[in-house]
Design a protein around this ligand. Structure first.
Ligand code: AMP
Ligand code: MG
Length: 411
């Protein structure tokens, strides 16, 4: 593999993404689960309907089913039956007859319209039409939502509430999905402690495994936390080997920037094939990718916002692909900036921003606070990235910029 660590210049995000997506394969492991457990899982088989929905023509209203030829104003019709939802009748309705019908009730043979009950007057067993009835009025047609043989959902779809509802309406009690991926998390650095531990001089609480873990939960992945590993070759070797044997993906944070890369590099080069990338993005320049004996490896930078941005922008599309999910484009919108934004050409910036609507309903955005790669507080108060193109320089008030609202991983 090319060692991008020593390659000249920075690699644009798009080309890194393209190359990395080519190096990961979707999982082959599937399982059958109960539909009730399917929220957030990734469908592993195309779904073709073997049912019509609705199964038969039925009434969209409480009213009277009739022949529309009989449905002119003033006509008097004899009510010959009642139809409730779930209780169809076999009677063939004749000219001059009508049927009392409830919403969802199956349209009897011979009827081709339903007059809503507000548009008729009841007169004992007869009804009088007060408003002309059109052919097909208030009838929900057989198969108008879904018809037999129709492709309903594709493999690779991550399932949401409406997908699950759709699968239920097609009668699926069980569903075939890709198995959940297991991700091992490793934090590296002598200076780090876990919340709950005691800090010594020069130490602070680590946050990266928490942010990354939270994002992985949104991706419905299992997480194995290998904790904080000191900057020690032997311990790092043991931990990476253990993580590789237990997980589909190993994600570490810290130890991939120039100063420390040798540790991770030495350890991972022994274990598998590893590439170190210098990406043209800010925050988040260093990133490592590896093929280990049993797993993929992603090395995130240590700075908390860099870790989040590389996890979100780079690792997540790879994780989605491995999980069997189809590629998706992030939602990016044009907005007017209401504050100056400082930017140097050379890297794509993912600045933390707050978008809102101005008095005229136009989308506007402003950068939110300090943009340093270690300033997590401005990330937590933001609701979007302001994505500034690689070659762009400072941005003036009123200029258009791209806004990427935080998706479900960051909300
Ligand atoms: P490194 O990439 O190891 O040089 O780390 C870069 C910066 O990120 C250093 O200031 C580290 O202390 C900090 N850092 C590394 N790992 C974490 C972590 N898990 N949580 C918070 N900060 C971290
Ligand atoms: Mg470190």
């Amino acid at each position: 593999m090319v060692d991008c660590f020593s390659a000249p210049g920075l690699v644009p995000l798009e080309s890194a993404m393209e190359q990395l997506l080519g190096l990961v394969q979707k999982t082959q492991q599937t399982e059958i689960i109960d539909l009730e457990q399917a929220l957030g899982r990734v469908l592993a088989k195309d779904q073709i309907s073997n049912l019509n929905i609705p199964p038969a023509d039925n009434s969209a209203m409480d009213g009277y089913a009739l022949k529309c030829a009989d449905g002119s104003v003033g006509a008097s019709l004899k009510m010959v039956a009642k139809v409730f939802a779930g209780h169809p009748i076999s009677q063939n309705i004749q000219t001059g007859e009508c049927v009392r019908i409830m919403t969802g009730g199956q349209i009897p043979t011979g009827c081709d319209a339903v007059s809503m009950q507000e548009n008729v007057s009841a007169n004992g067993e007869d009804i009088i039409i007060n408003q002309t009835v059109q052919a097909g009025e208030n009838i929900r047609r057989q198969g108008e939502d879904i018809s037999v043989g129709q492709s309903v959902l594709k493999s690779g779809q991550r399932l949401t509430a409406s997908h699950i509802g759709l699968l239920a309406s097609l009668g699926n009690q069980n569903i075939c999905v890709y198995k959940k991926l297991t991700v091992a998390l490793i934090s590296t650095g002598d200076e780090l402690k876990k919340p709950g531990q005691t800090l010594n001089a020069g130490q602070f609480f680590e946050s990266n495994t928490y942010t990354v873990n939270a994002m992985l939960k949104r991706l419905d992945m299992n997480v194995l936390d290998f904790g904080i590993i000191p900057d020690n070759l032997e311990l790092l070797s043991e931990t990476f080997a253990a993580a590789d044997s237990q997980a589909d993906i190993v994600i570490s944070s810290g130890g991939v920037s120039v100063g420390e890369a040798d540790y991770t590099k030495t350890v991972l080069e022994k274990l598998g094939k590893i590439q170190f990338w210098k990406l043209a993005i800010k925050p988040g320049k260093p990133f490592a990718f590896g093929l280990l004996p049993n797993s993929y490896f992603f090395g995130l930078p240590g700075n908390p916002v860099s870790a989040m941005v590389t996890m979100h922008q780079l690792a997540t599309p790879l994780l989605r692909k491995i999980a069997g999910e189809d590629a998706r484009l992030p939602l990016r919108l044009q907005a007017k900036t209401c504050e100056k934004i400082r930017k140097r050409p050379g890297r794509t910036d993912f600045q933390r921003g707050i978008y809102s609507f101005d008095e005229s309903g136009q989308l506007q955005v402003r950068p939110n606070g300090a943009q340093g790669s270690g300033i997590l507080s401005s990330m937590s108060a933001a609701n979007c990235y302001i994505v500034l193109e690689q070659q762009r320089g400072n941005v003036d008030v009123g200029e258009q910029v791209l806004v990427e609202p935080f998706d479900e991983l960051l909300r």
